[in-house]
Design a protein around this ligand. Structure first.
Ligand SMILES: Nc1nc2c(c(=O)[nH]1)N[C@H]1C(S)=C(S)[C@@H](COP(=O)(O)O)O[C@H]1N2
Ligand SMILES: [Mo]
Length: 524
């Protein structure tokens, strides 16, 4: 009986202690942006997965959102499971040690129990620090790197400490001395203590559950993967329609006053800029189109905006790069990182921006500051940027580690938007095909459309030409002379005279190539 009670109270205490710990983690996440282990683990594992495994896992689970949810849920359940198991061990050890004790009062918390809790806590903390080392700089409030690392370490210590302290307190109190003996009044007392312990668990569960629900409403599920759709495309994409891709479950919500952008690594003077310092520098307005490497042929993970900011080269120049710098390794508040060649980082069009279409950067697009790197796929355009580290080697970014690349140069792309092709077009009446063409930072020199599935080609009209770092909008009008099922195709040539690759290639590993081909029907 004594052992069964020890086991049951141990598990109950462990479960409630794990709930209290989890709620503590969620409070620290919600208020101070300290990453929870579920996020750290996901960010630690995702880059180590080969891209094909990553994508097939995603497909099996039903998409990035489901994968993110599955990851978080598993770790949270795991935490409760470990709490339960640890509680069992703790209960049995404590009862054993109490039995051996010569102290007539049988101590509530014998020395071996204290040792077990402290050793397990310290070990868990050390294992976390080592295991999460590369992503400890994550802080969703945007604390600068060193502070972010310290905050994460502190957050984990506090959370594990809450577990240990509540384990000791709950078990010690609920099983103290006479409560484990068998007289009737003691039985009632045990019941009361069990109920109270459960009550603490329920209270922690309510607070934690409330925070989880709150975080769920802030989660990226509703907008991650947002893309341009439909048959109309505007030269500048409104901010709320701009495509969106993020690795996060809940994106950063940066506190501008604590945020800073640090330039360090192989520089003469490392330096941290606050927001006002960057905003006070001479700024540039630049229109640039972004496109995700996962944008398949004819897909909409592409958008265009006017950005305002300062050239990254001005910041790097002030820091004084040393000889031997090969790359700039760029870090975001969310622990995301990617690298660009130092030559690319120093191009005058590579910007650190804080406005998007005349507004402060929206949170989901990198508030307060992100990078714009024309010519390379979206993943190099680090959002919520906190650190630019100059390094002497080829550093691999979050997705690059999975095996994407090795080139991240945007190839020539073109696609249709209009017109609505869901109904037949009357024969002899003009049809206006419209769409976009894009070639990174090389501009577009020519767009051609074929209305007969590639047999003959005509040059389309460029209706909107932003500049070398943007897409163009084109249109082509023609009147069909024959009825039937037909197909139209579009192809483009970049500013350097390089034609679009016609051979189809999937998005893995270097982005799609191939022509966008659409069916349409002409009725007699
Ligand atoms: N910090 C951070 N930056 C990031 C990402 C991210 O998950 N975290 N995603 C990248 C990817 S894969 C793309 S395609 C672009 C998308 O930018 P957007 O959401 O503003 O369109 O951001 C890039 N920058
Ligand atoms: Mo992307």
């Amino acid at each position: 009986m004594r052992w069964i009670k020890a086991a049951l109270f141990g598990m109950l205490g462990g479960l409630v202690a794990a709930l209290l710990m989890t709620t503590t983690m969620l409070i620290l996440r919600y208020v101070f942006g300290m990453p929870i282990p579920a996020e750290l683990l996901g960010d630690r594992i995702a880059p180590t997965m080969p891209v094909n495994e990553f994508l097939s896992l995603m497909a099996r689970i039903g998409g990035y959102n489901k994968l993110k949810m599955f990851g978080v849920r598993s770790v949270l359940q795991g935490q409760l499971g470990v709490g339960l198991g640890f509680g069992l061990l703790y209960g049995l050890l404590t009862e054993w040690a109490r039995g051996r004790s010569s102290d007539p009062d049988r101590p509530r918390t014998p020395r071996p129990s204290v040792l077990l809790v402290v050793a397990a806590g310290v070990l868990a903390w050390l294992v976390s620090i080592v295991g999460f080392w590369p992503v400890l700089d994550t802080n969703f409030r945007g604390f600068p790197t060193v502070w972010a690392v310290l905050a994460t370490m502190l957050g984990l210590a506090v959370s594990y400490g809450v577990f240990g302290a509540s384990m000791v307190a709950l078990y010690g109190w609920s099983t103290s001395r006479r409560s484990l003996s068998a007289s009737a009044t003691d039985g009632q007392r045990i019941g009361r203590r069990a109920a109270l312990t459960l009550g603490v668990g329920v209270a922690a569960g309510i607070v934690g559950g409330g925070l989880l629900r709150r975080l769920y409403t802030l989660a990226t599920f509703s907008y991650d993967g947002l893309r341009l759709r439909g048959t109309v495309v505007t030269p500048i994409t409104p901010n709320d329609q701009f495509y969106c891709v993020t690795k996060n479950v809940v994106d950063p919500s940066v506190w501008k006053p604590v945020w800073g952008l640090r330039i360090d690594g192989l520089v003469e003077n490392s330096r941290t800029y606050d927001f006002d310092e960057i905003a006070a520098m001479p700024s540039i307005d630049q229109e640039t189109t972004l496109m995700c490497i996962s944008n398949g042929v004819g897909d909409g993970l592409i958008s265009n905006a006017k950005w305002r900011g300062v050239p990254l080269r001005d910041l790097i120049g002030q820091a004084g790069p040393q000889d031997g710098v090969v790359e700039a390794l760029l870090h975001g508040a969310d622990g995301y990182s990617d690298s660009v060649a130092i030559e690319k980082a120093l191009e005058t069009t590579t910007l650190v921006v804080y406005e998007m279409n005349g507004e402060p950067l929206p949170e989901r697009h990198g508030y307060p500051v992100r990078l714009i790197v024309p010519g390379l796929f979206g993943e190099k355009n680090i959002k919520w940027v906190t650190r630019v580290e100059l390094v002497d080697h080829d550093a691999k970014g979050f997705y690059e580690q999975q095996g994407w690349g090795p080139s991240f140069v945007v190839p020539v792309r073109s696609r249709f938007f209009g017109p609505d092709r869901s109904k037949p077009f009357p024969i002899g009446q003009p049809i206006t095909f419209t769409g976009i063409a894009f070639a990174g930072n090389r501009g577009i020199s020519k767009v051609e459309v074929s209305t007969d599935d590639g047999r003959t080609w005509s040059e389309a009209t460029i209706d909107y030409r932003g500049g070398p770092t943007t897409w163009v909008l084109w249109s082509h009008e023609f009147s069909p002379e024959e009825a039937g099922d037909r197909r139209a195709v579009v192809r483009a040539t970049d500013g350097a005279g390089e034609a679009q690759i016609t051979r189809y290639r999937g998005i893995v590993p270097g982005g799609s190539t191939g022509l966008h081909r659409v069916p349409y029907v002409v009725s007699a």
